[in-house]
Design a protein around this ligand. Structure first.
Ligand code: CTP
Length: 402
């Protein structure tokens, strides 16, 4: 379960969910629950085939709305279900979408409520294919997929894996969590489209011996949330991450590392072609000069550790001749403006995100102040995904035109 989906991310959105006749229809029930949890108002349209797999009662209970199956449903005041249902909808999502319904959408057929709604709509159409591998690979489906994309339909998936028929391959519907994420991402503006972002995240771990080390309590939540916001804004994201226990956001490439030196190497390996570098990691400022090959045994004597400074990864990247747009983070316990702006100048950064740690850590909301060449920009206190998006919007506006 992806725990990054916030309660408010689809708030105020009306979605029509078309469920067609594939085994994956059982996953549509969970999808309705997740979309509702993210704040969406979900109206399910069940095809005859879909109703063979899951009943309308299930969807009604999970969505809290009546379920529609019939073009001639007398419950609609004016008998115009095919228009009324999508009149103020933000999108139609067909999940699962069988090969058959995709073919109908390509042809513009309208022989049931769902296909009629799709033809009569003004809102975007998202389709999550679900079918057996051979059906997905069939030239007819290939043509239909290409035509749907050309018609501006958003295709979500499919994924690869074990299929209901026992085969393994492409054609599986994406998991409900992945679909919910994709729907949230669909509604986000794309100011980072075509941009590559490299980020650091989490703590580093500086080994003392094979079982001990110096680290800190950074959870990585801010960095992982920001990586997700960057992907949703259209960027390609590489996340060089110290040890944290967080799920990797959809679409993010994670490079796991342990020490600051490993983190620096991984950052420099990922940097060519990057437009933006964001240092969010709480990099240990020092590491032991030597790391013992074997576990250090207890003795009665005092033990001293000699520490040596770690490289400042962000400052090194920012001082490259062709440096990407560099963003730093400054979590301070006092004098935020002085320390954050001081770090921005010292590390030669166009942008730094400052936050007072007593305000932010742990909770669902966060409050940050952005410092750039223009000055100080406090962002309103807001749920963390919203703060991440505001940071992304601010940095995207400062990027040189590519
Ligand atoms: N940073 C980095 N490499 C380091 C130390 C910090 O890339 N060795 C980056 C962090 O990811 C962050 C910014 O620099 O974006 C500021 O980190 P912070 O630890 O607050 O600053 P320091 O320069 O280490 O200052 P201090 O610990 O004294 O507050």
């Amino acid at each position: 379960m992806n725990n990054t989906i916030g309660m408010i991310e689809l708030k105020g959105r009306k979605l029509v969910l078309g469920v067609t006749g594939g085994v994956a229809a059982y996953k549509a029930a969970e999808l309705v629950r997740l979309l509702g949890k993210a704040g969406a108002d979900v109206h399910v349209v069940l095809t005859e085939g879909g109703a063979r797999f899951v009943t309308a009662v299930t969807f009604q209970a999970l969505s809290g709305n009546p379920v529609w199956t019939d073009l001639w449903d007398p419950r609609m005041d004016n008998n115009m279900a095919h228009i009324d249902l999508t009149r103020d909808a933000d999108a139609i999502l067909v999940a699962p979408a069988t090969a058959d319904v995709m073919a109908k959408l390509v042809l513009g057929l309208a022989d049931d409520l769902l296909t009629t709604l799709c033809l009569a709509r003004e809102c975007p159409l998202l389709v999550a294919p679900a079918m057996n591998r051979q059906m997905w690979e069939n030239p007819a489906t290939r043509r239909n997929v290409a035509q749907l994309a050309a018609d501006g339909v958003a295709l979500l998936g499919p994924g690869a894996g074990e299929q209901a028929c026992g085969e393994v391959g492409l054609g599986r519907m994406l998991e409900p969590e992945e679909l919910c994420e994709a729907v949230i991402a669909f509604f986000q503006p794309k100011p980072l489209a075509g941009r590559r972002v490299v980020m650091t995240a989490g703590p580093t771990f500086e080994a003392i011996d094979p079982v001990r080390g110096i680290t800190n309590s950074s959870s990585g939540k801010m960095a992982y949330g920001l990586a997700r916001a960057c992907v949703q804004a259209g960027a390609e994201v590489t996340l060089v991450s110290g040890p944290v226990a967080l799920p990797v956001p959809a679409g993010v490439e994670k490079v796991p590392v342990r020490s600051a030196l490993e983190m620096r190497d991984a950052v420099f390996a990922a940097l060519p072609g990057a437009d933006v570098f964001i240092g969010v990691a709480a990099v240990a400022d020092y590491r032991p000069v030597t790391s013992a090959e074997h576990k250090i045994k207890k003795s009665g004597a005092e033990l001293s550790l000699t520490l040596t400074p770690n490289p400042d990864i962000l400052a090194e990247v920012a001082s490259l001749p062709q440096a990407p747009f560099c963003v730093g983070f400054a979590a301070e316990s006092r004098d935020l403006d002085t320390y954050a702006e001081g770090k921005r100048k010292a590390k030669k950064l166009p942008l730094i995100v400052g936050n007072l740690v007593q305000d932010g850590l742990g909770g669902d909301d966060n409050q940050v102040v952005l410092f750039d060449e223009q000055g100080r920009h406090p962002l309103p206190k807001a749920p963390k995904p919203e703060v991440a998006r505001a940071i992304v919007a601010h940095l995207a506006a400062l990027l040189p035109v590519s």
